[in-house]
Design a protein around this ligand. Structure first.
Ligand code: TYM
Length: 333
């Protein structure tokens, strides 16, 4: 990440459960694709995860699993910086500094804060409120030019830009102003049971989302029970949320555009179409699942990669943090 002059990329994912097909199509696939042309850093955002109560044993297991998934997807720990957020202490340090450059009003306007406050009304903690500031720190520490995310994180990217611009206006050009990178298809993969809502890891209905570790039989079943409509024709149109969502998934997995998919399924029923979507998803996920199983049998290797990633991440991020401390006027001894 330090030696070349390619544009820089940073993104992260919470280890709150196995990623869904939504996370995969909306974000993770782009991470892998971008790693060829950009200098990339990718994190398991475990510090973000504790804004909602987590079971300690599960958090630990899921953080390791998520790290293994990132490697299983094909991220190369030599080429990219792949790390766990809590292993690199610059993130919490910069987050504190940036808290003092973020307005209460702007943080209050975050849609995700409002939604999560409603969902976890018994635990509206300060961390949940400051969540986007930690995310800003993640991004700005690496001087990222692009941040591959799904549509739901766009507002957090906007506040990151606002914080960075405010800081730069006070102290000179400290931070690169990042831009969101949102893929052309699949930025918002919807629930299979209610296609007006996004597919989410936390959906209590197991049929609503596909986990990227689901086996072929489970995937076929979930797509079979996906909500569609009574029209019976495969076409992308207003009011056909279920079919639109399945077409998006098929398009993301096969590279075919909507017109091609419409012509492939002209005169065919939803049964055939759903089977084709399931098969395309199974084919996409199979190599990731195989590699994941293999990596989980080697915790020593995973630990070694995590240590290596953290070391590289610390080196890059420390430079930005030191610059900020100096600009603000801390007595550095
Ligand atoms: P998280 O863990 O909720 O989701 C990880 C990524 O998956 C995308 N995503 C989706 N994309 C398409 N369709 C969906 N149904 C769908 N659901 C989720 C999300 O947009 C995200 O890109 N706050 C972040 C994690 C984070 C981060 C960062 C991201 C922490 N620090 C710095 C970017 C940069 C989050 O909770 O993502």
């Amino acid at each position: 990440m330090e030696t070349t002059k390619k544009p820089r990329v940073l993104s992260a994912i919470q280890p709150t459960s196995i990623p869904t097909l939504g996370n995969y199509i909306g974000a993770l696939r782009n991470w892998k694709n971008m790693s060829a042309d950009y200098d990339c850093a990718y994190a398991v955002a475990d510090l973000h995860a504790i804004t909602v109560r987590q079971d300690p044993k599960e958090l630990k297991r899921q953080s390791m699993q998520m790290f293994a998934i990132l490697l299983a997807m094909g991220l190369d720990p030599e080429k990219s910086v792949v790390f766990v957020q809590s292993h690199v202490d610059t993130h919490t340090q910069l987050a504190w500094l940036l808290n003092c450059y973020t307005q209460f009003g702007e943080a209050s306007r975050m849609t995700q804060f409002k939604e999560k406050s409603q969902k976890h009304a018994d635990n509206i903690n300060v961390g949940l409120f400051a969540y986007p500031v930690l995310m800003a720190a993640d991004i700005l520490l690496y001087q990222a030019h692009y941040v591959p995310i799904g549509a739901d994180q766009k507002q957090h990217l906007e506040i990151t830009r606002d914080i960075a611009e405010r800081f730069n206006a006070l102290y000179g050009n400290v931070f690169t102003i990042p831009e969101p990178f949102i893929g052309p298809v699949g930025a918002r993969v919807m629930s299979l049971q209610d296609p007006t809502r996004k597919m989410s890891k936390s959906d209590p209905n197991p049929k609503a989302s596909v986990s990227i570790l689901d086996g072929p039989d489970v995937i076929v079943k979930k797509f079979k029970s996906a909500v569609t409509d009574s029209e019976g024709s495969v076409r992308f149109a207003d009011g056909k949320d279920g079919i639109n969502n399945l077409m998006t998934i098929l398009s993301a997995c096969t590279g075919k555009d909507y017109a091609q998919i419409e012509s492939d399924f002209a005169g065919k029923g939803y049964g055939d179409f759903k089977s084709a979507v399931a098969e395309a998803v199974i084919a996409q996920l199979r190599p990731v699942q195989r590699e994941f199983d293999h990596l989980m049998k080697d915790p020593a290797y995973l630990k070694q990669c995590a240590l290596y990633g953290a070391e590289k991440a610390r080196k890059i991020s420390q430079r930005t943090l030191d610059k900020c401390l100096k600009k603000i006027g801390f007595w550095i001894v």
